[in-house]
Design a protein around this ligand. Structure first.
Ligand code: A2P
Length: 274
């Protein structure tokens, strides 16, 4: 199976299937270097958020990489405290300023804050229409949040970024998203590094001379998810991108799917207090 490196979103935007996530990457040298190394290694998608407090360094890393802006797909996210119509417009401008960019490729509502996400979405639609965000979407939305949003939305979210890894495979939500042409993006795709010693993943990797991290990334890609592993180490950043020269069999994929325990590492979007 040849695997395309990009995917077309419902609005025609082209998103790379594999990117660098920078949650927990420290502002300053760590974020600048990680972004620069990733872009120099061939990554073309960087996923940040206002809440990660590293947007300025992400922008700096982009500029330091030498890769032209238009070749890079930049995602950032609206923080919970900024939800609401006016405050979303303001928060978006602040993110642009911090990143030092004049447009974002994908702007996401970070969490479904009850009573606020519909107003935030109206502002996201404005931003999208203005061309300053080329695509818009949500993160951490369950099926019921999306159904509720769609009652009033004029633009259907193009992406839902959710916690997704071999121990939380989210089958029902993924089916719903696929049926609605909403692309799935996986956060904490490596289970925050906690599942890299899982014997089944290591054993599958040995067949292909690949690490457990590479096996997991390939599993996401072959499951049609967009995947954004985080690392601050150049060797690992390169390793995580070196996944386009092997292919998991249906049996490998089935064995990885069976690692599902439905256990979250992060909060349940129905029960968060931030
Ligand atoms: P580090 O940043 O020190 O390299 P996730 O993307 O699921 O959140 O996982 C990120 C975690 O996995 C981080 O702790 C990261 O550590 C670690 N990690 C990322 N890539 C690799 C890799 N190829 N091998 C080992 N650990 C990795």
């Amino acid at each position: 199976m040849s695997l395309e490196k990009t995917k077309e979103l419902a609005n025609g935007s082209i998103i790379p299937r594999l990117g660098l996530g920078v949650w927990k990457v420290q502002d300053g040298e760590e974020a600048v270097n990680s972004v620069k190394w990733a872009l120099q290694a061939g990554y073309r998608l960087i996923d940040t958020a206002a809440a990660y407090k590293n947007e300025a360094s992400v922008g700096e890393g982009i500029r330091a990489s030498g890769v032209p802006r238009e070749k890079i797909f930049v995602t950032t996210k609206l923080w919970n405290a900024d939800q609401g119509y006016d405050s979303t417009l303001k928060a978006f401008d602040e993110s642009l300023t911090k990143l030092g960019l004049d447009y974002i490729d994908l702007y996401l509502i970070h969490w479904p804050v009850e009573g606020k996400y519909k107003d935030s979405w109206r502002a996201m639609e404005e931003i999208y229409k203005s061309g300053r965000a080329k695509a818009i979407g949500v993160s951490n939305f369950h099926e019921h949040h999306i159904k509720d949003l769609l009652k009033e939305a004029k633009v259907v979210p193009m992406v839902d970024q959710i916690e997704l890894h071999p121990t939380l495979t989210q089958e029902p939500l993924r089916k719903f998203l696929a049926a609605n042409k909403i692309a799935v993006e996986a956060w904490s795709p490596l289970g925050q590094g906690k599942i890299l010693e899982e014997p089944i993943l290591v054993e599958i990797g040995k067949k292909y001379n690949k690490t457990a991290a590479q096996v997991i990334i390939r599993w996401h890609l072959q499951s049609d998810s967009i995947v954004i592993p985080k690392s601050v180490h150049e060797e690992r950043i390169k390793q995580n991108f070196d996944v386009f020269d092997f292919e998991l069999t249906d049996d490998d994929i089935k064995r990885i799917d069976e690692l599902n325990t439905n256990e979250r590492l992060g909060p349940d979007p129905d029960n968060f207090d931030f």
